[in-house]
Structure formats: structure tokens, C-alpha cells
Design a protein. Structure first.
Length: 84
């Protein structure tokens, strides 16, 4: 096979592989996005449980004070439970 033909085959094969990889990545991203969009929304009490756990962990790591955690949780409870 002539050298130019080998280069052409190599380039087109590499380009095709890149296109397939890009398409696969796009499909995977779309699947992840769809799973997030169509996943059930947790109820308000489950959300507040998660907030409480996260704030407790932040206090344990000395990222915030206990007083800050209490105020922030109260503010979020008003928003989250007020929407429920």
C-alpha cells in the first residue's frame, strides 16, 4: 500500500475513533442528566434530615459554630417546610 494511502487510512481511522468517543461521551452525559431530572424529589422531612446531618458534620469539623448551624437550619426549615 502506498505511503499516502496508509496516512489517509490512519488519519480517517483516528478521526472516526474520535467521533465515536465524542458521541459516546454525549450519550453518557445525556443519560446522567436524564437520571437526575427524572429522579424523585425527596420529601421535606428527608431534606431537613440531610441538612441537619450536613450541619452537624460542619460543626464537628469546626467549619461553623453550633450557633451558626442552628440559625442556618432554622432559616432553611422555614424555606423547605414552608414550601411543603
Amino acid at each position: 500500500m502506498p505511503r499516502t494511502a496508509v496516512r489517509y487510512v490512519t488519519r480517517t481511522t483516528a478521526a472516526a475513533a474520535g467521533a465515536v468517543a465524542t458521541a459516546a461521551t454525549s450519550v453518557a452525559a445525556a443519560a446522567i442528566a436524564a437520571s437526575i431530572i427524572f429522579s424523585p424529589v425527596p420529601d421535606a422531612s428527608a431534606r431537613m434530615d440531610g441538612v441537619s446531618e450536613d450541619l452537624l458534620r460542619a460543626v464537628q469539623l469546626n467549619q461553623i459554630t453550633q450557633e451558626q448551624a442552628v440559625k442556618f437550619e432554622a432559616r432553611l426549615a422555614g424555606r423547605i417546610l414552608g414550601d411543603a
